[in-house]
Write a protein that binds this ligand. Structure first.
Ligand code: C2E
Ligand code: MG
Ligand code: MG
Ligand code: MG
Length: 281
């Protein structure tokens, strides 16, 4: 490590932690000075309905093209943005861009946008959504906000109030990575979510693990009984697709159909489905 940063033997005695912290600090400064319009980019992953075989819409996934490092994964910079308060600005950029893009698509397609627990707790969230909707002219029912169960862990009263505000705006709310959180299921009774997204760790193992299969089946059943859609994420193989079909899973997302693609790729996918050349139908 001391050789790699080429500053001599001095660093040899520094704890590993310092190096990591300096690296984080460097990344933070780069994110802080980033021109979002140039360096951030949304990619879109198609969501396919298993009932109709049609295209339901896309999930927007943010990418950071760092001029020096290349593509930085959201798994890396979103947590950093959360810790440093930059998530509010990034979240606003993502919502504006996603709504603007979706407004240019056929109006039966939805756009799903991820929101982290930190974003959710910031006072401006509902207002940010309202502005993105107004500026883009997107019908609010075409916007779906994806939250994880961790959002609902603390402060139930305030969270419920915010969820109600979103509902009044007319946007949908989906529970992402469902099954991996710690909270109880009681919030399903108190708020009308539009969708449960089955975490891909369960989907990955449905063919080989009875437990994973049982959990997937239970979540699909829960969704059916609540009258809401269930989307399986991370579908990579035909075998997984067949099992999900047998279990009457409503919608799927995964590399089997398409990885997240840029806006040109999304437009191409929309064309393909318009022309009835879909793979699943
Ligand atoms: P997520 O919302 O659960 O998104 C699904 C992740 O799974 C995406 O990773 C996607 O590229 C990946 N994925 C999709 N299909 C497959 C598959 O078949 N196999 C495998 N192995 N992976 C698949 P990505 O784009 O790296 O995003 C990671 C996470 O970062 C997201 O998880 C989400 O929690 C967060 N994230 C992404 N964009 C945003 C954003 O704009 N705002 C916020 N707050 N978080 C975001
Ligand atoms: Mg998501
Ligand atoms: Mg997910
Ligand atoms: Mg996830």
């Amino acid at each position: 490590r001391s050789k790699r940063d080429g500053k001599g033997a001095f660093h040899f005695f520094e704890p590993e932690m310092d190096v990591e912290m300096r690296e984080r600090r460097a990344l933070e400064l780069e994110l802080r000075s980033a021109d979002f319009d140039r360096e951030l980019e949304l990619h879109y992953q198609p969501i396919i309905s298993l009932r109709s075989g049609g295209l339901r819409g896309f999930e927007a996934l943010v990418r950071w093209r760092n001029p020096r490092r290349g593509m930085v994964s959201p798994a890396e910079f979103i947590p950093l943005a959360e810790e440093t308060g930059m998530i509010e600005a990034i979240g606003r950029w993502v919502l504006d861009e996603a709504c603007r893009r979706a407004a240019s698509w056929p109006d039966d397609l939805i756009i799903a946008v991820n929101a982290s627990a930190v974003q959710f707790r910031q006072g401006q969230f509902a207002e940010t959504i309202r502005v993105a909707i107004d500026m883009s002219g997107l019908d609010p029912s075409r916007l779906e906000i994806e939250i994880t169960e961790s959002v609902l862990l603390a402060d139930t009263g305030a969270n419920l109030a915010l969820l109600q505000q979103l509902r009044e705006i007319g946007v949908r709310v989906a529970l992402d990575d469902f099954g991996t959180g710690y909270s109880s299921m009681s919030y399903l009774r108190r708020f009308p979510f539009s969708r449960l997204k089955i975490d891909r760790s369960f989907v990955r193992d449905i063919g080989s693990s009875r437990e994973s299969m049982a959990i997937v089946r239970a979540i699909i059943g829960l969704g059916a009984n609540l009258g809401i859609d269930t989307t399986a994420e991370g579908v990579e193989t035909g075998a997984q697709l067949e099992l999900l079909r047998q279990e009457r899973c409503g919608e799927i997302q995964g590399f089997l159909f398409s990885p997240p693609v840029d806006s040109v790729g999304a437009a191409r996918i929309i064309e393909t489905y318009r022309n009835g050349e879909s793979k699943v139908a």
